[in-house]
Design a protein around this ligand. Structure first.
Ligand SMILES: [Cu+2]
Length: 697
């Protein structure tokens, strides 16, 4: 198996502390741990997964991150999966696509960050264990970076071709995916093209077809770098076109996303100070509707929504030796513009400026020190961000009734601009590995700004940043930032034939933003908002509010390599989310799960029998009218063959027994086509085979 170690700035020191047996040793047994569980114990502060490491479950890398300790997948569509990490998801996680932060375009996160990281392009996903370092930007707790494949600088002056391509197919939805990078490099320049194409039909399961699971996505771009004197200049350009792709748990499906990415960075070193300057840009254009991929409603109720977002950002970082360690300092910031309007294609007078040119500006500064403190290695970080935000004027068409017209007038008359300051403090400690054992402790205070949906939702709408709970929501201009107080402890233990990495954690979140009953008399239609919401089919809308919450849990991965070719690898997850201000649970929290792979490893080929057992979830949110879900067990069989140097074949059967699974995080079906009853949880894929072929050179 090809192994690429990615070490970002400041991580070189950490890499030296990585568990030697697993991270650097070439013992094939332990190396293959990665193949089965999809996890690669990396450093005390990070772990990573590679797309090659797991069955081909789909093009969405959130299928992959769901296989890691603390991970789960919020399934809002084949290309709209959100990573959940230790109970948090959506914009609370600090997600990066090839190092770049971005604002999603869809008000229901139909394009969550990893929508822009198609599996054929991804070299690995690096997960910040527990909490993200402050140097990677704000975020309420953890985060992850989907690192793209690249033809990197070589160590010779002679130009050399390079490629890393992956092709896959699955029978369960007749899907094809293919792509990767092709390019050339020397020790002073590098250049590669990148591209991917994925297309699939509706997914089948035991009882028929799951409507609205078809998808289509293409990406193309370039990545280049050149060494100039003491520095390196690099550039990435990319366009992604997502075609019609379904979202069964939402009231609409994707018609398209047309999204551009650009990034230019310069790295250098002056007088012992490592410097990086970077600017980035991304622009999302999106359309979705409620009639192309599902039974069309009456002409009066046909809707198409157009959304866009533009992010412009940059950062300047400096790293140098200080106080017996390394200090990384920096300034960063971005400005985001969101716009969304809704039309009725059958009525030219129906126009709603639902989120009118909302701007979110941020400027931040941070310092992050890494070094030894007594028995511990440590990372101590502080960041301060200054935020300002505003919204434009709502414009409404004449077809809209009096109530929305009145709400729009109130919104336009209100003061919509304000400022906030957030402060993040992170302290991570770990002991150098001794006899394979390394202890880890984290204490942090992290803050997160309210999203634009939560703040500026003047019109009662079924838009919630992807919660897909069926509720209509109303925003609040006076929301405060969320504040999480985090404590985590665990250890990494590895010997030549076993490993275990357990973690316990507690996250106390003040001012957690979630829906609450609109007023003291829910169901009594005595406000314009409830009237509008009721006309849209929900007489009991929710209002975004600051509440108090707590998340806690336990997760671990562990494995044992028996004498001979047998090996076992497991991932165990348990997380609880509850309200502290009232007796209720948090919404859409993953059920406890245990995934175990039994692997026969014969050197250049291996075969794995995998069981995934998921418990029922009874700890549901009454506020969000969340339904309980039953437990399930899925069996899979897959294998991996290193055909020859640079050619690798994987194949397998998913869901061997063709079970009907209804995962707690899969969302309630709103698509009237197909065989899944409306309002029931969207089932997982039925039995199917997959093949995947990889070429590297
Ligand atoms: Cu959308």
């Amino acid at each position: 198996m090809k192994r690429t170690f990615l070490s970002g700035a400041g991580l070189i020191a950490l890499a030296a502390l990585a568990l030697p047996a697993i991270a650097e040793d070439s013992d094939p047994a332990l190396q293959d741990v990665i193949i089965v569980t999809g996890t690669r114990p990396h450093t005390p502060t990070e772990s990573s997964v590679t797309p090659e490491a797991a069955p081909l479950a789909g093009g969405d890398v959130t299928y992959l991150t769901a296989r890691t300790p603390g991970g789960a997948r919020i399934a809002n569509g084949e290309l709209s999966g959100q990573m959940q990490y230790r109970g948090l998801f959506g914009e609370r996680l600090n997600l990066r696509v090839d190092g770049q932060r971005l604002a999603s375009g869809g008000p229901n996160l139909m394009d969550p960050a990893f929508h822009y990281a198609p599996a054929p392009l991804v070299a690995s996903v690096i997960i910040d264990r527990g909490v993200s370092p402050v140097s990677e930007g704000p975020g309420l707790a953890g985060g992850a970076d989907a690192v793209f494949k690249r033809v990197d600088f070589s160590d010779s002056a002679e130009a050399k071709l390079g490629y890393d391509l992956t092709f896959g197919a699955r029978s369960v939805n007749q899907s094809f995916s293919g792509g990767g990078v092709v390019g050339a490099s020397t020790d002073t320049w590098r250049f590669n093209l990148l591209g991917a194409w994925e297309k699939g039909d509706d997914t089948k399961y035991k009882d028929g077809t799951i409507a609205g699971t078809e998808f289509e996505r293409g990406v193309f771009g370039v990545s280049a770098g050149v060494k100039l004197g003491e520095g390196t200049l690099s550039m990435d350009l990319r366009r992604q076109n997502t075609g019609p792709s379904g979202n069964p748990p939402f009231p609409m499906d994707i018609r398209y996303f047309d999204t551009d990415f650009a990034r230019i960075a310069y790295d250098t070193e002056i007088a012992g100070i490592a410097l990086q300057a970077e600017v980035h840009y991304n622009d999302v254009e999106h359309a979705m509707n409620n009639y192309d991929m599902r039974p069309p409603p009456s002409a009066m109720n046909m809707r198409e929504a157009f959304a866009s977002s533009t992010t412009r950002g940059g950062s300047l970082k400096a790293g140098f030796d200080a106080f017996g360690g390394t200090l990384l300092t920096g300034l960063d910031g971005d400005t985001v513009d969101h716009n969304m309007f809704i039309v009725n294609p059958m009525n030219a007078n129906f126009y709603v400026g639902a989120y009118p040119h909302i701007t979110q500006d941020r400027v931040g500064a941070f310092g992050e020190w890494t070094g030894s403190l007594g028995l511990f290695e440590s990372e101590l970080g502080l960041r301060i961000d200054q935020h300002s935000y505003d919204a434009g004027d709502v414009v409404l068409g004449s077809a809209l009734p009096a109530m929305p017209q009145m709400l729009a007038m109130q919104f336009n008359a209100a003061d919509r601009s304000a400022d906030d300051t957030t402060a993040d403090i992170v302290a991570r400690f770990w002991t150098p590995s001794a006899s394979g054992l390394s202890w880890r402790f984290t204490l942090a205070r992290k803050q997160n700004m309210p999203g634009y949906i939560q703040r500026y939702g003047w019109l009662p709408l079924n838009a919630s940043g992807g919660l897909a709970d069926g509720n209509i929501y109303v925003g609040d201009l006076n929301l405060k930032p969320e504040t999480a107080w985090i404590a985590e402890a665990g250890f990494d233990y590895a010997t030549p034939n076993m490993y275990a990495r357990p973690t316990v954690y507690l996250r106390q979140i003040d001012d957690y933003i979630q829906g609450v009953p609109f007023d003291a008399t829910p169901g009594v239609i005595d406000t314009p908002q409830e009237m509008v919401s009721s006309m849209s089919g929900d007489p009991t809308p929710l209002r975004w509010a600051n509440v108090d919450a707590r998340l806690y849990g336990f997760d671990m991965d562990f494995g044992y390599d028996f004498a001979g070719p047998m090996r076992i690898d497991s991932v165990l997850n348990y997380v609880r989310g509850e309200r502290r201000d009232i007796d209720d649970n948090l919404y859409r929290i993953a059920a406890p799960s245990l995934t175990t792979g039994f692997t026969w490893d014969a050197g250049d080929w291996s075969a794995t029998f995998e069981t995934r057992a998921v418990a029922e979830q009874n700890e549901v949110s009454a506020t969000n009218s969340e339904a309980k879900s039953p437990g399930y067990v899925v069996l899979s069989l897959y294998g991996d063959w290193q055909v020859k140097d640079g050619v690798r074949l994987s194949a397998g059967v998913e869901n061997l027994l063709n079970q009907v699974t209804r995962d707690h995080l899969s969302g309630y079906n709103q698509n009237g086509y197909g065989d899944v009853a409306l309002g029931t949880r969207v089932p997982g894929a039925g039995r199917g085979v997959f093949v995947r072929l990889s070429f590297t050179g």
